[in-house]
Design a protein around this ligand. Structure first.
Ligand SMILES: [Fe+2]
Length: 182
């Protein structure tokens, strides 16, 4: 895959039980990348569905577990992301590029077979074209290129939660390098 890979890297998540998880911001804006792609967007907006970004009070305990070479290049910030359950037939986190991060390392705390799809933005046609997709299981760790348009096909009535190390500057390949040389 070009834009995501599963990481075989242990992170002790036990500190999460002592963490204060605080709402930071909700996100529910449609970007151009979702134009023409499937999903019950109208229903989602009607009910005020949004992605919830939260902070984690003891994030340093997690960040310090990452490879030192990676931390030397950029110290990431942490977000606890929640996609609330929704009772609609085709819920989807619409195709988007993330604001404020180029790359993320996600630890999936609660997953139910959701599929993340990457797209190539065709400037001439002004539409997203399928590139590749992956499906992360609970407790898996995946690195992904959040600067490339991506959507997440959700499961009806299933919430999704993940813990995310976010890199504002380092690109996907640069983060990946730090794991290869470890
Ligand atoms: Fe994203």
């Amino acid at each position: 895959m070009k834009h995501a890979c599963k990481l075989d890297y242990p992170v002790d998540m036990s500190f999460l039980t002592e963490a204060r998880i605080t709402p930071l911001r909700d996100y529910a804006r449609l970007q151009r990348y979702s134009k023409g792609l499937p999903g019950d967007y109208e229903k989602l907006f009607e009910i005020g569905w949004c992605a919830k970004n939260k902070t984690v009070s003891n994030e340093d305990l997690f960040i310090d577990q990452l490879p030192s070479e990676l931390l030397r290049r950029e110290r990431p910030y942490v977000l606890y992301l929640e996609l609330p359950a929704v009772d609609t037939a085709n819920p989807v986190l619409p195709a988007h590029r993330d604001y404020g991060k180029k790359t993320s390392i996600n630890i999936y705390l609660e997953a139910s077979g959701e599929v993340t799809t990457f797209y190539h933005w065709n400037r001439e046609k002004q539409q997203s074209e399928f590139e590749e997709e992956f499906c992360a299981a609970t407790n898996e760790i995946w690195m992904m290129d959040t600067d490339t348009p991506h959507s997440v096909t959700l499961k009806q009535n299933q919430a999704r939660r993940l813990f995310s190390f976010c890199f504002a500057k380092l690109r996907y390949n640069e983060v990946l390098e730090c794991f290869k040389t470890k």
